[in-house]
Design a binder for this molecule. Structure first.
Ligand code: ZN
Ligand code: ZN
Ligand code: ZN
Length: 452
């Protein structure tokens, strides 16, 4: 079973031809062009037929001559072009089945003469039918078209042959009935829309980089996505960061980004690679390092967020800051305030997000009175070194997925006070010692991330 991506762009494509935003310019400079989303399964099943499909297929060297089934998701004009069916009728009268929601099928039929060899089939969620060697299951989408009165207005498809694919665009957060319907499906391939990138206030029934990993998590929780499933993002707009950055972000959730024309072999495919166990995210103040760390675990089921930042005494400004951070995190994340990172790293369990090591070191320095010069000489130096060594050892041996955030200090002026200088030096040493036993180290600068 093979699936060719005929297009992976949103309605306006990416880059958007009339646009000069940074995302569009970056993609244009790199020569990456994404047409409206569509795909071809085994050369015979066309998934959506936007106006761009015939020319995209021709330019990609993909023949549509053998298409015998068109599965339409909905009537939006970036997915459905009845004129294309008419153009097809000028070249061939080979049999064709056109399926889609009732209003779409009615609109399509009006473009062809009554004696056509094309058949139409109105579908609804829950419908199943066989076409050639493919078994098609219709699922509900969270997407309204505002066109026609047919219910439903938009659907998704689950197609099984020698392997099994879920084609899910357009949709907002998946309806619960759809997630339930995919229970145990163990898809080989999931093609899922991710229209809006970092734009969260779009107010549309589409996914973005915040809601997308949540759907991946839900599908994983019911066994629709397994360790063997390839998950591919589609329906991409210029609200996304440029290709390489988008690919990097998706990869953290085990999701792939492919260009138009990519051939995804749903059978005989290598299992997707598993991600790193230990990630260290370094950066300056307000660089975006905590966001980077949180994004990496956005698809995880149960994350323990380890706050090392609890204030000494009762500082209302700190409390407010922490409350704001907690509110931004998913409900299923658990927050613990602890300095005992060794115990957490040694305990079995789900992913840990430690934010941050700089405050941890501050508290450890407090604990041993290490800011004081004579205390440092007498005993604190050894005590702090022992705590750091224990942390590094536990980090190296941990079997949990762990992402830790730390500050990259010491690039400005040399602090005047000896205690502050010591802290800066110890921080640098701790970062270097952890990085030496970490498979994934990242530096965040001005919201941009580079791998070290
Ligand atoms: Zn669309
Ligand atoms: Zn743009
Ligand atoms: Zn749509």
């Amino acid at each position: 079973m093979t699936l060719r991506l005929l297009g992976t762009g949103a309605a306006d494509g990416w880059p958007a031809a009339f646009c000069t935003c940074a995302s569009c310019v970056a993609e244009r400079l790199a020569g990456r062009v994404r047409a409206q989303s569509a795909a071809l399964l085994d050369g015979t099943v066309l998934l959506d037929c936007p106006p761009s499909v015939p020319l995209s297929a021709e330019r990609l060297g993909i023949s549509l001559a053998d298409v015998s089934l068109v599965l339409h998701t909905h009537q939006h004009s970036d997915h459905f072009s009845p004129a294309t069916l008419m153009y097809r009728s000028w070249s061939t009268d080979r049999p064709l089945l056109v399926a889609g929601p009732p209003d779409l099928v009615e609109a399509a039929a009006s473009w062809l003469p009554p004696d056509t060899s094309v058949e139409f089939r109105a579908v609804r969620p829950g419908d199943e039918f066989t076409h050639g060697s493919h078994r098609v299951r219709v699922l509900a989408a969270a997407h309204r078209t505002g066109l026609g009165s047919g219910e439903p207005e938009a659907v998704l498809y689950d197609i099984a042959g020698t392997s099994r694919t879920l084609y899910a665009t357009d949709t907002g957060p998946l309806p619960e009935q759809t997630v339930v319907a995919t229970t145990g499906a163990e898809y080989d391939l999931v093609v899922l829309e991710e229209s809006f990138g970092d734009k969260r206030d779009h107010g549309t029934q589409h996914l973005d980089l915040t809601t997308f990993p949540e759907q991946v998590r839900r599908l994983r929780a019911v066994g629709a996505i397994t360790d063997r499933t390839r998950v591919v993002a589609t329906h991409l707009s210029h609200h996304n960061p440029p290709g390489p950055e988008l690919a990097r972000r998706l990869a953290a959730w085990g999701v792939e980004l492919h260009p138009d024309g990519a051939e995804l072999l749903a059978a005989e495919q290598p299992a997707p690679e598993r991600g790193p166990l230990r990630t260290l995210v370094l950066g300056g103040a307000r660089s975006g390092k905590s966001r980077e760390a949180e994004r990496m675990l956005a698809d995880a089921e149960e994350v323990t967020y380890v706050a090392t930042s609890y204030p000494p005494g009762d500082d209302p400004e700190w409390r407010e800051r922490i409350a704001k951070h907690v509110a931004q995190r998913p409900d299923r994340w658990r927050t613990v305030e602890s300095l005992d990172l060794v115990a957490l790293l040694q305990a079995p369990g789900g992913p840990l997000l430690i934010d941050c090591l700089t405050l941890w070191l501050t508290r450890i320095m407090d604990r041993h009175d290490a800011w004081d010069d004579s205390a440092w000489r007498d005993r604190a130096r050894d005590a702090v070194a022992a705590e750091v060594a224990d942390l590094v050892a536990a980090w190296r041996r941990t079997e949990r997925r762990v992402v830790a955030v730390s500050n990259e200090l010491g690039q400005g002026v040399v602090p005047e006070a000896a205690g502050t200088r010591r802290f800066r030096d110890e921080m640098g040493r701790l970062n270097a010692a952890l990085a030496a036993v970490t498979e994934d180290v990242r530096l965040v600068v001005a919201g941009r991330t580079v791998g070290l």
